[in-house]
Design a protein around this ligand. Sequence first.
Ligand SMILES: Cc1cc2nc3c(=O)[nH]c(=O)nc-3n(C[C@H](O)[C@H](O)[C@H](O)COP(=O)(O)OP(=O)(O)OC[C@H]3O[C@@H](n4cnc5c(N)ncnc54)[C@H](O)[C@@H]3O)c2cc1C
Length: 392
Amino acid sequence: MTKARIAVVGGSLGGLTAACLLRDSGHDVTVYERSDRELEQRGAGIGFLEASSRYLVERANLALDEVSIATDYIRYLERDGSIAHEAEHRYLFSSWNAVYRRLLEHWGSERYVLGAEMVGFEQGEAGVSVQFEKQTVEVDLLVCADGVGSMSRRELQPDADRSYAGYVAWRGMVPEADLPGDLAASLTDAITYHVYANSHILVYPIPGLDGSVCAGDRLINFVWYRNYLEGGDLDDVLTDRNGVHRELSMPPGLATDHHVAEVRATAAARLPASLAELVMRTEQPFLQVVYDVEVERMAFGRVCLIGDAAFSVRPHAAAGTAKAADDGWTLAAALDADGDVEAALKRWEPQQLKLGKDLLERTRRVGRRSQSDNSWAPGDPELIFGLHEPGQ
Ligand SMILES: Cc1cc2nc3c(=O)[nH]c(=O)nc-3n(C[C@H](O)[C@H](O)[C@H](O)COP(=O)(O)OP(=O)(O)OC[C@H]3O[C@@H](n4cnc5c(N)ncnc54)[C@H](O)[C@@H]3O)c2cc1C
């Protein structure tokens, strides 16, 4: 197709991957990111599926072991620390920071506009006017990768609001070097789970804050799913130490002392000693609220939604960044195949809608089994991470 002028709004993993792919196809692409400085998510871990690593490996010539850590087992612990279940299974883990840094290095800073919050957009016959506080740009295609709180989704599909899943993920990381040697060793060769009434925690190794994957530099990361009732219970845990109410997450260092103390006390009371120690050694536990977002459309003329802006799925398939990347790969391929932006988006939409809906439904089922039905059985193949199906 002819070279299109493209604005990608949202400069996180989904937006950057799509931008790189569209630039590789010869388009004139600029990324606009609301944050006024480069993003930082303090290194929280991500399961690193094939679609999440595909761009870095195929186009940025990075070896997987430069950016991720492999584990060889899935291990479940009983409350007393004994092994309830163990199976050989290889996973790769990375961190949001490590992947972001690599993608941004590859993309470069020239067309990465910081402090650029999109405040509106308007479609005309021949293009889209995208409005930021300080400028308006005219483009042929607007790609909205503005995440779970997407303003573009609100504009395009006001009824597709996010719905609270009933639980949050408490998270944290501890440098492996700060843990007793036998504890660190027991938590680096596997993904380690403990499942108890209406909750589960999982633990895995990730790169250090500087991205290093070397033994000794890595972090041990936990994700602990805990139920909070919508209303006062949830509002309280989402009110930070300065009295500010947050909707999506509680960043490190901002949870109130009483919630941090409760998390540590519950860890001591309910978790196997090794996992409790990890939680208790975490200086600044933080949390992310688990939301479901489902849209009925992703393409609207010359505007499209990708990644969490379209479907935000529960984390139980470790597939959020993989889905966002897949949206980018398929979008670039659709534009390669069709010179007309609107026709290309129309052709692209159905398969990505199906991917999002299927993944959302699967992760809802898995979440229900842990957080409400208590029917989570170690070894069940449905619990294996994957984008298209468990393990795929
Ligand atoms: C507890 C938890 C665990 C997870 N674990 C995994 C995992 O193991 N593996 C995995 O692959 N995924 C995981 N995910 C999901 C993953 O984090 C998301 O799917 C992924 O970050 C989505 O990327 P995105 O680029 O679509 O959106 P985001 O990362 O949310 O980025 C959106 C960007 O848009 C910017 N923005 C927003 N509004 C505007 C605006 N108006 N103008 C300009 N910029 C704007 C924001 O500042 C942000 O940088 C997990 C999620 C949670 C909550």
